[in-house]
Every structure is written in structure tokens, then in C-alpha cells.
Design a protein around this ligand. Structure first.
Ligand SMILES: [Zn+2]
Length: 95
């Protein structure tokens, strides 16, 4: 079997994306791509101006940008390149 037989259209990820993005994410742990520190998202530092369309979440250890959030023009945009990974507990573990 070659890898083209394993490749699906990105729409096949719809179920996984729907599962991941319904969780409350402050308890999720993430690894900073800059310094490698691992912490819960809720323990990081958020910077935002009142009434601004966006915010920046920075690593509490090295202050690198972890995530950028923008909500404007009827859309949400998330920039996640400051995270090496994000680990979200599934619903079964939270109950
Ligand atoms: Zn860091």
C-alpha cells in the first residue's frame, strides 16, 4: 500500500475538527515552540486592548507569542504557530 491510498480529502477531517473545537480550552496543555515550556493555556499571559478585535496569548516563561486571535468581519482567525503542540483532554476524561 502506498501513501496515496491513505490520503483523503481534507473534508474527511470534519468530524475530528468538530470534536476538538467544542472543548473549553483553558485546561488544554500546550508546548511553546520557542522555549519548549509546557503549560495549560489558562495559565499563560493574554494581552488585549479593550474593544479590540483580537488578542495575543504569550508564553509565561519566555513571552513568545503562542496564539493570536482575531474576530472581525464575521470571522475568527487563529494563529497557532507559537505552539509546538496542543493537548486537549477529551470529554470522557473531564467527567
Ligand atoms: Zn516559551
Amino acid at each position: 500500500m502506498d501513501e496515496t491510498q491513505l490520503r483523503l480529502d481534507g473534508n474527511a477531517a470534519a468530524g475530528m475538527l468538530r470534536e476538538v473545537f467544542v472543548h473549553e480550552l483553558t485546561a488544554a496543555r500546550g508546548a511553546c515552540a520557542s522555549c519548549g515550556a509546557i503549560a495549560q493555556m489558562g495559565s499563560q499571559h493574554l494581552y488585549m486592548y479593550p474593544l479590540s478585535p483580537g488578542a495575543v496569548l504569550r508564553c509565561k516563561t519566555c513571552q513568545a507569542v503562542l496564539m493570536v486571535f482575531v474576530h472581525a468581519g464575521g470571522r475568527y482567525r487563529l494563529g497557532l504557530r507559537g505552539l509546538a503542540w496542543l493537548e486537549i483532554p477529551d470529554s470522557a476524561r473531564l467527567e
